[in-house]
Design a binder for this molecule. Structure first.
Ligand code: SF4
Ligand code: F3S
Length: 344
């Protein structure tokens, strides 16, 4: 159940130091484009924020979104891991994969949390919803997945659709889409579920720091961040993978790898001819990176397959097909620079 405590109180109860918290805030604020004195204000606001009740519901999915989150860690602190985040930053009242409870006990906990926090809880959805054959492609305890989502969305203050499946239907919606799977936004648009404020965090899976950064923004501002035309936070999805790619200079110089193991590939040449979709793909992979800031797909030598874009699974040419006529901009990128740690 939702305990009425602040983020910082809860973290300190678990032995997380104020310094670790400030380090986390510095990195998160930086990813949100906040620097200088704004970092202190951000840390104060986040520390004082009430922990929201979070109901996390999974439908047609591979569990990759949850795996992505629990495999992450803080870039600067070994104490403020994502487990700390889940258990202390928010009040995760229901998550089918992570919770100990099962069966009736789990269902009771979900209903109790939804009732106690009706109108204000954050509903995280991963996985798409099947709509074919009267919704019965997915059922739990005698209820269709869509009816369970309908019930949960009624009391939500904010909905976060996580991953390609929840945002756009994902692999379950791939042609010929036998279950007529849809993402949360499409379900709202078609009137199949109620409409609530929605943030799409796309990717297959999404970047963990993008998830935590978006939640932190919401807690501090009590409002969604500015969104792009696909409902994604602009601060993370405002530039293409190409705009910030470490291989961009080779692209501009016309140096392209012809195979994944040729000399050009080893020298960091551009992977466009090998099907890279980076110029058409909006995501923070090249700046936030993966595995605690270690690397990104194009840095590691694999082209972007466009996993944060709608319908990427069914695009002409397939995941590795070369596509001409990219929509990318001028290829400018200013990687975030970490502001200095606030004085404590
Ligand atoms: Fe990087 Fe792909 Fe753009 Fe080449 S096409 S610079 S590999 S994002
Ligand atoms: Fe996905 Fe492309 Fe990033 S494939 S993980 S958006 S580099």
């Amino acid at each position: 159940m939702n305990k009425v405590s602040t983020v910082l109180e809860s973290l300190q109860e678990q032995g997380v130091s104020r310094r670790s918290f400030l380090k986390f805030c510095t990195v998160t604020a930086s990813s949100l484009g906040i620097a200088g004195s704004g970092v202190n204000a951000f840390a104060q606001a986040l520390g004082a924020a009430r922990r929201p009740s979070v109901i996390w519901m999974s439908f047609q999915h591979c569990t990759g979104c949850s795996e992505s989150l629990i495999r992450s860690g803080s870039p600067l602190s070994d104490r403020l891991t994502v487990e700390n985040l889940i258990l202390n930053f928010i009040s995760l009242d229901y998550h089918e994969t992570l919770q100990v409870a099962a069966g009736a006990q789990a269902e009771d906990a979900r209903i109790a949390a939804m009732t106690a926090n009706f109108g204000s809880y954050i509903l995280i959805v991963d996985g798409s919803l099947p709509t074919a054959e009267n919704e019965w492609w997915l059922a739990v305890n005698g209820h269709s997945g869509l009816s369970i989502l309908r019930e949960a969305i009624a009391g939500a203050g904010l909905v976060l659709a996580l991953g390609a499946c929840a945002t756009y239907g994902g692999i379950p919606a791939a042609f010929p889409n036998p279950s007529k799977a849809m993402g949360v936004g499409e379900l709202m648009d078609k009137g199949l579920i109620g409409r609530k404020p929605l943030i799409n965090i796309s990717g297959c899976p999404p970047i963990p720091e993008v998830i935590t950064g978006t939640i932190a923004y919401y807690l501090v501002n009590q409002a969604a961040p500015p969104l792009d035309k696909h409902g994604r936070p602009l601060v993370f999805f405002g530039k293409t993978v190409h705009d910030c790619c470490p291989r961009l200079d080779h692209y501009k110089a016309g140096k392209f790898a012809a195979s994944f193991d040729d000399d050009g590939a080893r020298q960091g040449h551009c992977l466009l001819m090998l099907g890279c979709k980076g110029p058409d793909t909006f995501n923070a992979c090249a700046t936030t990176k993966w595995n605690q800031g270690t690397s990104s797909p194009t840095q590691a030598g694999h082209g972007c397959i466009g996993c944060s874009e709608p319908n990427f699974w069914d695009k002409p040419g397939g995941l590795y097909g070369f596509v001409s006529g990219f929509q990318h901009g001028v290829g400018t990128c200013a990687p975030p620079t970490l502001p200095s740690l606030p004085v404590i």
